[in-house]
Design a protein around this ligand. Structure first.
Ligand SMILES: N[C@@H](CCC(=O)N[C@@H](CSS)C(=O)NCC(=O)O)C(=O)O
Length: 309
């Protein structure tokens, strides 16, 4: 049975990644008939082999949108960059006309990569922006400031961390023709911010909302009740087609939408009381770098330098 499953999987995959499993199976009716007696486990293995064949319409549309953003939208430069140690996403956003750019949530170990990318693309890095005081990695914002003259750091005022610009609800971050709206989304930490780029229908949620998950609430003045209100009032209130881009993903996913999370998020589709219980029961181990990261991130990652913030 497992062998048959493998062959069906390979044949369907060869038929074309963009075609649905059903279409692939229509080409191989004899093999399809073999699958009728499959156990649920064998069939789920088959689906996993061909998971790109079973993309939802929303996922397909998003793939098209993202490929456009990676070079074909003439009015926008966008890169999603991964730190493969902490699974942190750093985002580069730029206006191609003025070349003004920002980086959201840079990681100190990846500063060489980020500075090179900015230089190679001829961009003028105006701001390095943190969504919050991270507990799992040291921010690269201070180090980038020392390398790129004129670049300013930003974080929420509520966080009490050092930075050139202290942000609050309703502020706007302008770079060239682009503008981010600042939304206060506490709960994971008390100073968490979400940045909304209405022009491109995107929001950068930090750790407030993760794909099918959310930030933990068991330290840094975390509060499950507050996080629930933040996500429902400040993120789920955005239009359903907005793309949501988190600060982390631990499962290999890159983005989601308001609509997807409002219907599929296993934590935040529950009642507030159920959500609080889910969060109480998570029992996650503390992030490995927490003891180093928290004090360093209060001074922009420059705890060993004389110039701060
Ligand atoms: N294992 C990682 C830390 C993983 C973790 O705790 N992630 C945080 C965001 S970074 S503080 C989180 O909120 N996770 C939510 C979840 O449901 O996983 C490490 O050691 O760094």
């Amino acid at each position: 049975m497992a062998t048959a499953s493998y062959h069906v999987g390979v044949l369907a995959r060869n038929y074309g990644r963009r075609n649905s499993v059903k279409a692939g199976l229509r080409l191989f009716p004899a093999l399809f008939s073999q699958t009728r007696g499959f156990s649920a486990r064998a069939f789920s293995q088959f689906v996993v082999v061909n998971k790109s064949d079973v993309l939802s319409n929303a996922q397909r549309n998003f793939q098209r949108d993202m490929s456009a953003l990676a070079g074909k939208d003439k009015n926008f430069i966008f890169r999603q960059l991964l730190d493969y140690k902490s699974f942190t996403y750093t985002y580069l956003l730029a206006d191609p006309e003025s070349k003004d750019a920002i980086l959201i949530d840079p990681v100190i170990e990846m500063v060489d990569r980020d500075a090179k990318l900015v230089k190679d693309m001829g961009l003028n890095l105006k701001y390095v922006v943190n969504t919050h005081v991270h507990a799992d990695h040291v921010t690269g914002s201070g180090e980038l400031k020392t390398r790129i003259p004129g670049c300013k750091s930003m974080i929420s005022a509520v966080s009490k961390a050092q930075a050139d610009v202290k942000l609050k609800e309703g502020d706007k971050i302008t770079f060239g023709n682009l503008e981010l709206e600042v939304r206060s989304t506490p709960g994971h930490t008390n100073g968490c911010l979400t940045y909304v780029l209405h022009d491109k229908q995107m929001a950068f949620t930090g750790d407030a909302l993760l794909i099918r998950g959310c930030g933990r609430t068991d330290f840094q003045e975390g509060s499950s009740a507050t996080l629930y209100e933040s996500v429902h009032n400040k993120i789920f209130s955005l239009p359903p087609n907005y793309t949501l881009l988190p600060a982390h993903d631990y499962t290999g996913q890159t983005s989601t939408t308001v609509e997807e999370e409002k219907t599929l998020n296993p934590r935040l589709t529950k009642t507030k009381e159920q959500f609080i219980k889910i969060m109480e029961d998570l029992n996650l181990p503390y992030p490995k770098q927490i003891d180093k990261a928290l004090p360093a991130n209060m001074v922009c990652g420059l705890q060993d330098a004389t110039s701060k913030g």
